[in-house]
Ligand binder design. Structure first.
Ligand code: SF4
Ligand code: SF4
Length: 359
């Protein structure tokens, strides 16, 4: 039996240098420039003259051990056993021999992994757990991502777009990941207030914590059937599910009313313009598994309006700032409604305060 004294703790991750290909170790901090040779393929050239070829392939993020072993076999075959994953969960193979690039791409294609996602492309969709693993999702993650990327794959494997376009998905508005700061964001939403389980709440939740979790102060302590519980002012509730995050007795999941909202115009980089939050474009689309046609169509439409109208390198948020929101709604055909108008705390800052209106 393992004794407490045998436990190894606080050892941290292994040193990253252990996993570096020799060419990266030798040129560390001494790279001169890089070029995109073709979709999904880059070369980095070091001061020493060394050349590192990178082949970036799509990955669904949710991977089996079997698939990881297949990736490892490819890394053994072409890359001296080294590979890495990017911050958008693509897999990158690092080669020193340019002659191996095309055979590797052919092997990846044979196992269903397109190569691309570099430069003016739609790279992988940063996404969450969905119905695979999380208790608070209002939509699925892997399913929606697969459907959207099937539709947009031509933009992953080419560089024909005006600039980068980042898509992210989160299955509830805890927003694990990048939905708040992406060019296009797909976000699961509820549309009904929580149903309070008065019998269990006092046993499994800390009531002051539940009350404090609500951003609109819709929850009050109450005595129900002689037991401590809470009551929800449904007029004040905007279905965020934060109370459910802290208390399993406040369920909101509702298959008929849960769905997806679409947000646009966020970015993280400070190239040209400062980072931006994404903003609401479509308040609600239904969950329609397994292919989510309404969501796929909405995303494709927004991508195409941007691709047609954006200047070179102009991100979605920059494009909308230039043409104005009324024109964005007109070009996309998205109906503007009361849900688009901010009504939370400092909402006034988002209202138009000048007479200038672009159409
Ligand atoms: S976004 Fe919400 S539902 Fe999705 S993984 Fe995060 S907490 Fe869970
Ligand atoms: S869902 Fe959100 S707004 Fe509604 S009661 Fe719970 S915490 Fe408050």
């Amino acid at each position: 039996m393992l004794m407490v004294t045998d436990r190894r703790t606080d050892i941290g991750p292994p040193d990253y240098k252990k996993f570096m290909p020799p060419i990266i170790k030798n040129n560390y901090g001494k790279w001169k420039y890089h070029e995109v040779l073709k979709p999904g393929v880059m070369v980095h050239v070091g001061e020493s003259g060394d050349k590192l070829f990178t082949v970036r392939a799509a990955s669904p993020r949710l991977l089996s051990i079997k698939k990881l072993r297949i990736f490892a076999d490819l890394a053994d075959k072409y890359c001296g056993g080294y590979l890495r994953f990017t911050s958008r969960n693509n897999v990158e193979f690092l080669l020193t021999d340019q002659a191996n690039v095309d055979p590797l791409i052919a092997d990846l294609k044979a196992i269903g992994h397109p190569v691309g996602g570099i430069a003016n492309a739609i790279s992988n969709i940063v996404h969450t757990q969905g119905w695979v693993h999380c208790h608070s999702s209002a939509t699925d993650a892997s399913g929606v991502v697969k459907c959207v990327m099937d539709e947009l794959c031509e933009y992953f494997t080419s560089t024909k777009l005006p600039g980068k376009l980042r898509i992210a998905l989160a299955c509830c508005l805890n927003m694990c990941g990048a939905v708040h700061c992406s060019d296009i964001a797909i976000l699961g939403v509820h549309r009904r207030p929580p149903k309070v389980d008065h019998d269990s709440i006092n046993k499994v939740c800390e009531i002051p914590n539940v009350v404090a979790s609500c951003p609109t102060a819709a929850i009050r302590p109450a005595t129900v059937n002689g037991k401590p519980s809470v009551e929800v002012d449904e007029e004040r509730c905007m279905f965020c599910a934060n109370c459910f995050s802290v208390c399993p007795s406040m369920t909101l999941n509702d298959p008929l009313n849960d769905g997806v909202s679409i947000w646009v115009g966020g970015k993280v980089s400070n190239a040209r313009t400062e980072p931006m939050f994404s903003k609401l474009a479509i308040p609600y689309l239904p969950n329609n598994p397994p292919r989510w046609p309404e969501v796929v169509e909405a995303v494709r439409n927004i991508v195409e309006v941007w691709a047609k109208g954006a200047h070179k390198y102009e991100r979605m948020g920059e494009f909308i700032a230039r043409i104005g929101w009324p024109r964005f709604f007109k070009l996309t055909g998205i109906e503007f409604g009361k849900e688009h108008i901010d009504d939370f705390k400092h909402a006034g800052l988002t209202y138009k305060r000048s007479a200038q209106l672009r159409h």
